[in-house]
Write a protein that binds this ligand. Sequence first.
Ligand code: NDP
Length: 244
Amino acid sequence: MARNVFVTGATSGIGLCIAEAYTKYGDNVLISGRRAEVLAEVQARLSKEYGVRVETLVLDVRSREDVESKVPAAIEAFGGVDVLVNNAGLAQGLDPFQDSAVDDAVTMIDTNVKGLLYVTKAVLPYMIDKNAGHIVNMGSTAGIYAYPGGAVYCATKAAVKMLSDGIRMDTIATDIKVTTIQPGIVETPFSEVRFHGDAEKAKAVYAGIDAIQPEDVADVVLYVTNQPKRLQISDVTIMANQQA
Ligand code: NDP
């Protein structure tokens, strides 16, 4: 039976590929992000291509007020939620800590940690009600291994992993599953966002590496959510063959 899958950050990169992987598989998706026009384009393309239901939700995950009011309404209109993919996130700046902008740090914490928290809080009651559901949180190898300039980004992704593990324990008496996906370097617009739009600097990130592609991550997300009820995959770490 087709599932209802809610994907945050589905206008670009990994989230867009995750939404496409589910629609291709025959599931319905609720896609969200801040860019309404991109969401509309993705909605038109995916629903036409795969003949499934594709709904959109314009949402800035940093706004607790918006998440608390818009997410429940969207889920009810969608007819419930079986899978939540908390994918919206970013790196910004990534200068040595002593030179870094506090505003960049706050943006990363607000998006990657607080945004994920708000969305999960809004969605979880629907899963608890049904005693079923799967939450997939997008962590990173950055949450396992710190690197120069990455203090705050790495801290946000370590927080994602700990939030996932904590929520899994707190919902242990239910049939809800929680998984953290921890990719290494993935070739997406992420690096351009990270360097405030500097395409040259962004390209240099992938130099000499056959970087994994967003489709690779999407395949893994689909795989972890396609397991039998008895089997839970707590976390998956994937990286390019050449990534140390
Ligand atoms: P992209 O920049 O391509 O996509 C980021 C997505 O997040 C966009 O759809 C964007 O949508 C959304 N987003 C960003 N800020 C907000 C916000 N405040 N509210 C709602 N949506 C937001 O990057 P990736 O696809 O590479 O990244 C996706 C996830 O994967 C992130 O969590 C990232 O940390 C993680 N990751 C990425 C890796 C990489 O190397 N690329 C490696 C490991 C993890 P919009 O602009 O429309 O709001």
